[in-house]
Design a protein around this ligand. Structure first.
Ligand code: HEM
Ligand code: HEM
Length: 193
């Protein structure tokens, strides 16, 4: 039985969410563990990290523009004020990081003492930003900090999603993963826990 469309995220929103989530998780892993992964990924992993990151930037610009003109489904009526506040703050900080992380990475490689090739999976060159080494160093410092912040927020975000699905047993997860819908219909937030 199809889910009531107004109760779940649209197919476009779901497509953006899961494509970008997979790319970001891959890039966090390559970023934090590139020494360990160096032998297993082409070119030591960093060319792939940069290309994935630039893809995240392009997709996130499109996603944020799309999100500004399309409202998400409303949260269930019984959601507490603090939960709404936390959800909004986390989601908008995630959007901000989805733009700021690749931008600071781009800044870092553009302002490097010795520039390395910057291509999109070897298919075409990506231009460098017109910046000097000071801006490059600033970008590098920010990139590391923002990477840690992103990892912490994603962990919080996943914990919140699992809390809804496994403890509160409501349909918040099903809004983003329609296959998880219980009893073949959305319940508009009725909790069964
Ligand atoms: C890097 C990884 C991820 C990022 C950057 C991310 C980002 C986001 C953002 C920005 C939203 C808000 C959508 C909107 O209303 O505008 C969202 C919603 C959501 N995400 Fe993620 N997400 C990630 C991974 C995950 C994972 C792994 C799960 C599940 C375990 C998940 C579950 C959800 C759910 C259930 C919602 C809908 C929340 C609601 O209905 O209010 N996300 N995500
Ligand atoms: C979704 C996008 C991205 C994420 C989540 C991400 C995440 C990370 C993380 C977690 C690190 C490790 C930081 C540390 O060891 O302190 C890192 C390092 C790095 N990132 Fe990114 N990054 C992204 C995009 C980019 C982009 C677009 C570029 C360049 C065009 C880039 C270039 C680099 C470089 C060169 C390093 C290595 C820094 C070093 O160890 O000297 N990143 N990234």
């Amino acid at each position: 039985m199809p889910i009531a469309r107004s109760r779940r995220y649209s197919t476009v929103a779901i497509g953006f969410h899961w494509t970008i989530a997979a790319l970001v998780i891959a890039n966090l892993a390559i970023g934090f563990f590139h020494d360990a992964l160096a032998g297993t990924l082409p070119g030591g992993g960093m060319p792939m990290h940069k290309a994935i990151g630039m893809t995240v930037l392009a997709l996130s610009i499109a996603r944020v523009a799309w999100r500004m003109s399309h409202r998400p489904p409303p949260l269930p009526a019984d959601t507490a004020g603090w939960e709404k506040g936390m959800a909004h703050a986390t989601h908008w900080t995630l959007y901000l990081l989805l733009l700021a992380l690749p931008l600071t990475g781009w800044l870092m490689v553009s302002g490097a003492e010795m520039r390395r090739p910057l291509t999109w999976f070897g298919l075409f060159d990506i231009p460098y930003l017109p910046v000097g080494t000071q801006a490059g160093a600033l970008g590098g410092g920010a990139h590391g900090l923002l990477g840690l912040t992103m990892a912490a927020l994603v962990a919080l975000h996943i914990a919140a999603a699992l809390r809804h699905h496994l403890i509160l047993r409501d349909d918040i997860m099903a809004r983003m993963v329609p296959a998880l819908m219980r009893d073949g219909k959305m319940t508009d937030g009725v909790r069964r826990g």
